[in-house]
Design a protein around this ligand. Structure first.
Ligand code: ADP
Ligand code: ZN
Length: 437
């Protein structure tokens, strides 16, 4: 096995593919057996299909197993999918979910070690070491973001500043006074921090911060470019979800060309969301993940609803782990307007490709005369707003054309004054749906 290692790099990031596949199969068989023996819900699903753990002989046999979906977690609320007695569960987290009961996840001590390990590897992949001062501005609490990043940063040996979300002016003061070199939070919250810093006369480019590890919500490459240039940092994309472990399922490396999945712990598949058929690497579809080493709540073939593709070509960084492309959207974020599928990320891409706007926008869906309509409200910069009406109108036309060109639908676009669109300290909500259903 040829490995290039230093303190912060795991051998498993660079392992030979054949060895990785062997390890995955061994772990898969063990976890399927564990779930079958301990989770009634999973056992019933397997029995209905006349399947037994011994039917998993190869990695592609995974494709025979039933999917798990979000409602499986809701229907078994709170602990119905746990596979160990509560005495072995050392931590609970919950994700808000949009409606009704939250989704509860549990971890054994060993599961937490896996999580710390993948988060540590994720931060190392973003170019961080024990020399860094990492400010964790994801929310701490039931949400997995804060504690996930926190323990990963500690495992890396970095200095952790656990600010959690909110109190933005204080975040900036600490960033400056403590010499923070990296921030972990949602990309939308970081945009707000840049703005708030500027309001207090602080140019982030002059602070020691050099890296951002951003995730928990969809964002575009255009947003990355804006963040990198206005803060003078490198902005890395990190992906995860509570059901699987929390943040640290996949992360970018210095190449910033897709996120390496920590495949020794999470097995990725891409399926056609309509038929459930497994698609070959390279094709876009819904990401399905299987936890290979999580024992309190194993997830077998969990349908994430996140849309992406697997990139299996070798990466210049040398990691042998396959990558997933930037998550363009959750399938539930997609809206259908007059028969056309529209993703908020397409609108963001179009808006941010034009100069003169801030990164703040809302997408408002409504019904007019029985027809679905899209209105996009975009905030313009201070300089532009105080400028002549004519340049505002020309910007409006320019933006309208950019969005319409990308989504293929007519929209109404309104330029709004600076600081009128609500900012986010966590996950941004940019789509307001007022349609009459
Ligand atoms: P909730 O379900 O309450 O939003 P989670 O934190 O578990 O709580 O959310 C996980 C979801 O967040 C993922 O399924 C995905 O849709 C989104 N997400 C996380 N990281 C990213 C990312 N880097 N890019 C796009 N979406 C992301
Ligand atoms: Zn890479």
């Amino acid at each position: 096995m040829s490995l290039y290692l230093n303190d912060n790099l795991s051998a498993l990031d660079y392992v030979r593919k054949e060895y990785l596949r062997e390890l995955q199969l061994e772990r898969l068989r063990k976890i399927v057996q564990h779930a079958y023996s301990n989770v009634l819900h999973f056992r019933n699903r397997m029995d209905e299909r006349n399947l037994q753990p011994k039917d998993v002989q190869t990695l592609s046999d995974l494709g025979k197993l039933p999917f798990m979906v979000k409602t499986d977690l809701r229907d078994t609320y709170p602990f119905g999918l746990f596979a160990v007695p509560m005495s072995q569960v050392v931590r609970l987290h919950a994700s808000s979910g949009t409606t009704g009961k939250p989704i509860v996840v549990g971890y054994t001590q060993k599961d937490l070690e896996v999580w710390n390990e993948v988060m540590k590897r994720a931060l190392a992949s973003s170019g961080l070491t024990h020399e860094d001062v990492i400010q964790v501005a994801y929310g701490y609490g039931l949400f997995t973001g804060g504690l996930g990043a926190h323990y990963g940063a500690e495992a890396l040996g970095a200095t952790v500043v656990p600010t959690s979300g909110g109190n933005t002016q204080r975040q900036i003061m600490l960033m400056r006074d403590f010499g923070t070199t990296a921030v972990c939070c949602t990309p939308s919250y970081f945009c707000y921090m840049i703005e708030q810093a500027a309001e207090s006369g602080i140019d982030m480019r002059e602070l020691p911060i050099r890296v951002g590890v951003f995730g928990a919500e969809p964002w575009t490459n255009e947003m990355r470019k804006r963040i990198e240039s206005s803060a003078g940092i490198k902005a890395y994309d990190i992906y995860g979800l509570s059901e699987i472990i929390g943040p640290g399922v996949a992360v970018e490396c210095s190449c910033q060309q897709g996120m390496h999945v920590f495949e020794d712990h999470f097995y990725p598949e891409i399926i056609d969301p309509d038929t459930g058929e497994v698609l070959p690497d390279g094709e876009f579809g819904e990401l399905v993940l299987t936890t290979l080493s999580k024992y309190a709540m194993p997830m077998i073939r969990y349908r994430t609803r996140d849309l992406t593709r697997i990139i299996s070509e070798p990466c210049k960084c040398g990691r042998t782990l396959r990558r997933i492309d930037r998550i363009s959207s959750r399938s539930d974020d997609m809206f259908i307007i007059r028969g056309v599928n529209v993703f908020p990320s397409q609108i963001e891409t179009a808006l941010l490709s034009v100069e003169g706007t801030t990164a703040n926008y809302n997408i408002i869906l409504s019904t007019e005369h029985g027809l679905d309509c899209i209105e996009v409200d975009v905030e313009v910069t201070e300089e532009l707003f105080s400028d002549k009406v004519r340049s505002m109108e020309s910007l409006r036309q320019h933006l309208t054309a950019a969005v319409e060109g990308l989504i293929g639908l007519r929209i109404k676009l309104k330029l709004v004054a600076p600081n009128t669109i609500q900012r986010s300290e966590g996950k941004a909500r940019r789509v307001i749906d007022r349609r009459e259903h």
